[in-house]
Write a protein that binds this ligand. Structure first.
Ligand code: ADP
Ligand code: MG
Length: 693
């Protein structure tokens, strides 16, 4: 093959016949710029139109293809203003069927008596009288069928771009490279796992002749995608060693005392998980443990116990979190728990003055500071420790693998503890955190009432506002989360400001309203947050900056505007900001989405408070692409594989990936050359983490 097909793949979609500037823009909206983008723009679903019948055999309610001769001219009825019905009769040797269209003026000029056509549509039948409305049609003849008699792809689309336009574009794109696509999978892998050839697979994922062809094609493409994902992740992990020798912490005599003096009794799950952590810490091996627990399950305290143990062993410890708000909050709560034991806690964020920062850094370097809590600022070069023994990252899903590693490189093989609230199916956890041992806090602290969740529309606004007023009068507090704006944080901040303004002046002019967003100065953020924590503000209007970790138990209402724009996992995280105290909490989801999926997702939120159930649903309803897009920065989106449904393929791909890398760690063999190139291209955002270079 060659360079030919490779060049073609990079061509703009505009080089295709029928795609000019304005239509190209519609394709851009779908993220399709090149021929390659088109070819890998996989159908959302398929419509099976391959069931072809004689008219007499058509059944009521059935979607079917039939062929016949136009037996009448097009007649026109106007039952009322704005509605015109066009009707003609179609006949085959077994019977006659009435075909009608609503308001499709052009059909008058298309059909002529005596011509033969194929139709596909949902038939209604009353005794011997047949009718079909607004069918798809195609002239009979020798050419290849596109819209009838076959399985037809249905693509995710956008306004003004019809299925036919996409189908035609994909079909011409396939035509251009047909037979010339290069095989990136090594032959050995293909034969071991019975993987179809690439040209066949691409053709049949779009235009399968049979269901069997589709299955074979999909299996191959899913396998390839998961294999690449696995290889990428594995080689990222490979760049950090495993099973290294580390610090062997000693049991701490005062541990039980410390636990007894905590402001509450630990749950059994917290005890169990801490036991696992202690065991790791006391072993010779470096600890690499992930603590998973739903929002509000009390992960922080488990981390604090580990911090205490490390410090009592004479080591320093550090905890990294994704946002300044969370860093401040953790700093406050950790400090209030540990100060009385003479443990010195520091807060390191990007918003310190030069002077403050250098003072803190020198206390950290000298060993005067025992614990440092902070944001990404913790992994900057100027941070040096005296003897770092334990590294904790909270909300791990917000960090990359490399940031975690960068932090642990600050010490000499310190123990590593990572915490995440994103409960993901276990198989997935094994892929994403394959190098970690996993502990699960599977129990909430006692007395928690599940958050009552309601999906509502605009018509409920007044009632909800009254409800908010009532709860505030009772002394509670409220979050209102602004619509997610994907274009930029700038615009998001702007719309948050407008919303806060409206709320403060119109809806709740009698209440104290605060505003927080990502574009504010850290100092201002802190002031706003503090005033909310201290109960001076009644309502906090916020962007998703409060999504992770924030803990204000007196806040009991979470209102989310345009909830349909958020992923389920994200909604769950946001909802997790309430229901953290003794009072009944509520989550109000304003749903302006009109789609089936949107309302299904709202129903999931109403029905369950269980993060595991929600994340599985999220995978199922949105697909892993979006799931990862927001969760795992830098990991390429999956275009076809569904990590939820394709677990079996995943296991095979995982096995294949391990074997390939075992034999050829850097993928230097000729048979792996294209695999390597593709991998480097796919993981370009995380290139410095791949161990292939
Ligand atoms: P997350 O797991 O979401 O990080 P946090 O650690 O922030 O949860 O804990 C949520 C809230 O529950 C905090 O207010 C914390 O003080 C409280 N909490 C944690 N463990 C317990 C417990 N065993 N009993 C009662 N309250 C607890
Ligand atoms: Mg937390």
């Amino acid at each position: 093959m060659g360079t030919d097909a490779k060049d073609i793949l990079k061509r703009s979609v505009k080089t295709l016949k029928g795609i000019g500037d304005s239509r190209a823009k519609l394709f851009y909206r779908l993220g399709i710029y090149t021929i390659e983008d088109l070819i890998t723009y996989f159908p959302r679903e398929y419509e099976n139109r391959s069931n072809v019948k004689k008219i007499i055999d058509l059944e009521d309610g059935e979607s079917c293809t039939f062929e016949g001769t136009i037996a009448s001219g097009v007649s026109e009825f106007r039952p009322r203003r704005g509605l015109t019905i066009y009707k003609l009769l179609v006949r085959d040797e077994t019977g006659t069927i009435a075909v009608t269209w609503f308001n499709q003026h052009y059909v008058k000029n298309i059909f002529h008596v005596g011509e033969r056509y194929l139709f596909f549509g949902k038939v209604s039948r009353k005794f011997r009288s047949f009718e079909v409305q607004n069918p798809v049609y195609e002239k009979s003849g020798t050419g290849e069928r596109k819209n009838t008699c076959r399985i037809v792809p249905v693509y995710p689309s956008t306004a003004n771009l019809t299925q036919n336009m996409i189908r035609n574009a994909v079909s011409s794109a396939l035509e251009l490279v047909s037979g010339n696509m290069e095989e990136i999978l090594p032959q050995t892998v293909r034969s071991k796992y019975h993987l179809a050839e690439i040209n066949y697979s691409l053709r049949n994922i779009h235009f399968p002749n049979t269901e069997e062809d589709f299955k074979i094609a999909r299996y191959r493409l899913v396998f390839e995608e998961l294999l690449l994902l696995q290889m990428g992740l594995l080689s990222i992990k490979n760049s950090f060693g495993e099973d290294r020798e580390g610090i062997q912490f000693k049991p701490v005599d005062s541990m039980e005392e410390f636990i007894k003096n905590l402001p509450f009794q630990l749950t059994n799950a917290q005890r169990k998980v801490f036991k696992e952590i202690e065991k790791d810490m006391e072993s010779k091996r470096v600890m690499n443990r992930l603590v998973q627990g739903d929002v509000g399950s009390g992960k922080t305290i488990v981390a604090v116990m580990a911090l205490y143990k490390a410090v009592k062993n004479g080591y320093q410890a550090t905890m990294m979190v994704p946002t300044e708000i969370l860093a401040e909050q953790h700093y406050r709560s950790v400090n209030s728990l540990l100060e009385k034991y003479g443990i010195k806690v520091e807060l390191l964020t990007g918003s310190l003055t030069k002077k403050q920062k250098s003072e803190i850094l020198s206390r950290v370097a000298s060993g005067e500071a025992d614990i440092v809590i902070g944001t990404h600022a913790l992994i900057e070069d100027d941070v040096r420790y005296n003897n770092l023994g334990l590294v904790v990252t909270d909300e791990q899903h917000r960090f990359g693998v490399r940031q975690r590693a960068a932090l642990s490189k600050k010490g000499e093989n310190p123990d590593v503890l990572v915490m995440t609230a994103t409960p993901i199916p276990r198989t997935l956890a094994l892929i994403l955190y394959g190098d970690l041992d996993i502990s699960i806090i599977d129990e909430l602290p006692p007395g928690r009432k599940p958050v009552k969740t309601y999906a509502v529309d605009e018509s409920m606004r007044e009632r909800i506002n009254n409800f908010i007023r009532k709860k505030v009068a009772e002394g509670r507090q409220v979050y209102i989360v602004c619509p997610l704006v994907e274009e930029s944080e700038e615009i998001e901040a702007q719309s948050a400001t407008e919303l806060a303004d409206r709320i403060a002046r119109q809806d709740f002019s009698d209440l104290k309203v605060g505003l927080i967003h990502g574009k504010m100065k850290p100092k201002d953020k802190d002031a706003v947050m503090r005033s909310f924590v201290e109960g001076e503000t009644d309502i906090l209007v916020s962007t998703t900056v409060i999504e992770v970790g924030v803990n204000v138990p007196n806040a009991t209402i979470m209102v989310i505007e345009n909830a349909e724009r958020f992923g389920l996992a994200q909604l769950h995280q946001l909802r997790g900001r309430v229901g953290r105290g003794e009072h009944q909490s509520y989550c109000i989801l304003y749903n302006n989405g009109k789609t089936q999926v949107a309302s299904e997702r709202m129903k999931v939120m109403e029905k369950t408070n269980d993060g595991f159930v929600i994340s599985e649903k999220d995978l199922e309803l949105r697909g892993p692409g979006e799931f990862f897009g927001t969760m795992q920065h830098g990991i390429p989106d999956l275009k076809i594989a569904n990590l939820y449904k394709d677990v079996d393929i995943l296991k095979k791909a995982q096995e294949a990936a391990i074997n390939i890398l075992k034999e050829d760690k850097l993928l230097k063999k000729e048979e792996n050359r294209l695999l390597r190139e593709t991998l480097i291209c796919k993981f370009k955002n995380k290139l410095d983490e791949l161990s292939l270079n």
